[in-house]
Design a protein around this ligand. Sequence first.
Ligand SMILES: Nc1nc2c(ncn2[C@@H]2O[C@H](COP(=O)(O)OP(=O)(O)OP(=O)(O)O)[C@@H](O)[C@H]2O)c(=O)[nH]1
Ligand SMILES: [Mg+2]
Length: 436
Amino acid sequence: MVEMPGFWGETDGRGFSTPESLRASQEIDERLVEHKKVLEKKKNSIQILLLGQSESGKSSVLKNFQLAFAPKRFEEERIVWKTIVQLNLIRSVKTILESLQSEWESTDDPETSQLNRNLRRIRLGLSPLLFVESNILQLISSGSHKYRDVYVRPGCDWKAVLKSRVMQAADGARNKRRSRNPMTKEYDPTSILAASKDDIMFLWNDPGVQAVLRKQGIRIEDMPGFFLNDIARIADINYVPTDRDIMRARIRSLGVEEHHFIVEKGLGVGSDIYVTDVGGRRSQRPKWISYFEHIQTIVFLAPLAFNQTLEEAPEVNRLEDSLTLWQDICRNRLLANATLIVFFNKKDILSATLATGVMVNKYVPSFGDRPNEVAAVTKYFCDKFRAYHRKLSPFPRTFMFYETSAIDTSSMAALLVRVRETILRLYIQQGSISEL
Ligand SMILES: Nc1nc2c(ncn2[C@@H]2O[C@H](COP(=O)(O)OP(=O)(O)OP(=O)(O)O)[C@@H](O)[C@H]2O)c(=O)[nH]1
Ligand SMILES: [Mg+2]
């Protein structure tokens, strides 16, 4: 058999490859295979910037992306979300205690005084819980109580920080000797919550307490991170949050966080997804612009909220704010080539609100005498957003939208698979990738 001369390297003078040239050729082949793998991976990678007002559901969509495409990684973080759910619950309890305190200070009605004697006892009983809450907040958000809900210090790897504490506590519970270490209990509210379950239930279900909340116009059930109706399940020593609990857990975003995960199943296994999540509060929005230049896809969250106002500007209607924000995004020259996808989110809340008989035209006069129904309201939202998109985009581009409920994990998973495919197809059309 005649050996062919080495294509890449030197020959030994008789036209045969030397061992060195064979090795070099082999290395080049390996590098080509590697390069092809990287290209394959890149081919299916998508980058998304999530935008929208505060509480519109950006971080919830991010969690859904993780659950749909990187479920193993999501599973590893379940233990961390348990603490966030617990913190949300404690925050609701604090809201009740604070409103009772202010009522108590402003009245000498004997009936209220009786209630307050009970409540004083309960509040005393709950103080260890508030102590643990304060320790955890110190750990992840510098302990400041600047905002109504839980938030994390920008740039602090809060999941890793919390996870190590919670694991320490779990180890402590398994190992009696270590459980005496105060460090383990100070950061885990599980056993204290379980012991306080009856008191919290009493607080939440007591008609006197409900009357005080009503009088002060406080609707805890409408606040993000509301778990008081699930207290029997959550204030349990063996509590593990469900996927839906995790989607309902509220943690306010401050600053900008870039997330990267690798697709673990389905089409494009091993490819990357990059999602940038931002804080949506008005004071946070100036930070968005530095992420505009190279972004190809924006998912804009517009909550289907017509009767709510912004927390940071209670005189501003949420729909009005969303539309203003949307106009700014559509006309922004840095985003002229970006694909804009709208998620009309919180569809479940819209259905629940309309079911209670709230009239849309009371809050949005231009809604006129359209039917007070989900389909008519979503169409109204959609038409408004579509019109600005057409009018303000520097170049014509397709208007894409989906109606979503970010707490419904199974329909979100199916939808995000479709969204990812749509984005990849667009990348092909734009020539940024060659084929799926
Ligand atoms: N019922 C319901 N709740 C939702 C939906 N989407 C989000 N939420 C809840 O609304 C709250 C706010 O959602 P987030 O995802 O934290 O909002 P965000 O846009 O990231 O807000 P910022 O971080 O403040 O900018 C959370 O408690 C979510 O669980 C939805 O479609 N339906
Ligand atoms: Mg957020």
